[in-house]
Ligand binder design. Structure first.
Ligand code: NAD
Length: 306
C-alpha cells in the first residue's frame, strides 16, 4: 500500500487522462470510470480499478474528481440515478472540467443535500500542462475539500488559487480566462495571415510580436509550437473553446456586463463548429482565415512547449 488517499477519477480524455496518469504514477490508488472502455485500460494496466458507473466509483472511494467535456455530462455524472449522488462512500467531489458557474451551483446544491463537500477546480495549461503537472487550478467552494485533497492537487498543478467559498467562482474565473485566450488566438491568426499575405515571414512576425506589446501565450508558445510546423494533433478542441466562450457570455449576461468582443469571438467559433471543425484543436482555427485569404502560415518549429 502506498499510504496515499484513494481517488476516484471520471473522464479520462485529453486532460483527465494525463492528470489521472500522474496520480497513478505518484502512487495514488485510483478507481476510474469513462464511457470509453479503451480509455480505462492504461490505468488498469497500472493497477487501477475500472468501475462501471459513476455510482460504482462513489461506492468505492471518499474522494472523486471528474474531468468531463460539457455541463450536461457533469450534471448527469453527478446527479443522475446511477450518478455520484447515489454512491455510499463519497465525501468530497471535485470538478476539474470547465462547466460554468450555473452548473457548479446546481451540482453543489444537489450533492451537498447528501452531505458531499463540493469544490469546483477548473484548470488551465492545456494537455502539456496536464502531462507536466503544471496546471493552474482555480478553486472555489468547500475549503476543507481543497485542504483534504492538497496532496493530489500538488501532483496535477502548481498554482492553486482559491477564489472564495461560493460554488461557481472558480468557473467564472476560468471562463474569463478562456475568453481572453480565445480572443488572443483568433486575433493572432488574423494578424499572421495578414502579414504573410503581405509578404512577411511568419517566424519573423512572431519574433517581433514576442519582443513587442502584442505578445501573449498564444504568440509565445502555441503558434511557434503548433501552427508554424502545422502540428494540429493535440490540444483543446474548438467545440470546447466554443462552449467556454458561450459560458462566459452567459455569465456576462447574468451579471449585466456587456462583452462586445466576446460576441464576435463567439460567432467566429459558432461558424467554425458549423463548418465541421469542432473536433479539431483550437489553434487550427487559423485554417478558416487562411482559406478566406488564400495563404498558409507555415514555418519551422520555433520553440518546443516545455
Ligand atoms: P475530452 O473530450 O478529451 O475528454 C472527455 C472525456 O470524458 C472522454 O474520455 C469521454 O469519453 C469522457 N466522457 C464523456 N461522457 C462521459 C460520461 N457520461 N461518463 C464518463 N466519462 C465520459 O475533453 P478534454 O479536452 O479532456 O476536456 C475535459 C474538460 O477540461 C472540458 O470541460 C474542457 O473544457 C476542460 N479543459 C480542457 C483543456 C484542454 O486543453 N483540452 C484545458 C483546460 C480545460
Amino acid at each position: 500500500m502506498s499510504g496515499k488517499q484513494a481517488i476516484g477519477f471520471i473522464g479520462l480524455g485529453m486532460m483527465g487522462g494525463p492528470m489521472a496518469m500522474r496520480l497513478v504514477d505518484a502512487g495514488f490508488p485510483l478507481t476510474v470510470f469513462d464511457v470509453r472502455a479503451e480509455a480505462m485500460q492504461p490505468f488498469v494496466d497500472k493497477g487501477a480499478v475500472a468501475a462501471d458507473s459513476p455510482k460504482a466509483v462513489a461506492d468505492a472511494v471518499e474522494d472523486v474528481m471528474v474531468c468531463l467535456p460539457i455541463p450536461d455530462v457533469v450534471r448527469q455524472v453527478a446527479l443522475a440515478e446511477d450518478g455520484l449522488i447515489a454512491g455510499g462512500k463519497i465525501k468530497r467531489y471535485v470538478d476539474l472540467s470547465t462547466t460554468g458557474a450555473v452548473t457548479a451551483r446546481a451540482v453543489a446544491a444537489g450533492l451537498s443535500e447528501k452531505g458531499i463537500a463540493c469544490l469546483d477546480c477548473p484548470v488551465s495549461g492545456g494537455v502539456s500542462g496536464a502531462e507536466a503537472g503544471t496546471l493552474s487550478l482555480m478553486q472555489s467552494g468547500d475549503k476543507s475539500a481543497a485542504a483534504a485533497l492538497k496532496p493530489a492537487f500538488d501532483v496535477i498543478g502548481e498554482n492553486p488559487f482559491y477564489l472564495g467559498d461560493a460554488p461557481g467562482l472558480g468557473q467564472t474565473m476560468k471562463v474569463a480566462n478562456n475568453y481572453l485566450s480565445a480572443t488572443a488566438n483568433i486575433a493572432c491568426a488574423e494578424a499572421l495571415v495578414m502579414g504573410v499575405k503581405a509578404g512577411i515571414d511568419p517566424e519573423v512576425m512572431l519574433d517581433v510580436i514576442n519582443a513587442s506589446s502584442g505578445r501573449s501565450d498564444v504568440s509565445e508558445i502555441r503558434y511557434p509550437t503548433y501552427v508554424l510546423p502545422r502540428d494540429f494533433t493535440k490540444g483543446f478542441k474548438q467545440r470546447l473553446l466554443h462552449k467556454d466562450v458561450k459560458l462566459c457570455m452567459e455569465e456576462a449576461a447574468a451579471q449585466g456586463v456587456p462583452m462586445w468582443i466576446g460576441n464576435t469571438v463567439r460567432q467566429f467559433l459558432t461558424h467554425a463548429v458549423s463548418q465541421g471543425t469542432g473536433d479539431e484543436v483550437s489553434v487550427s482555427l487559423i485554417k478558416h482565415i487562411e482559406q478566406w485569404a488564400g495563404v498558409e502560415v507555415r514555418g519551422k518549429t520555433a520553440k518546443k512547449q516545455g
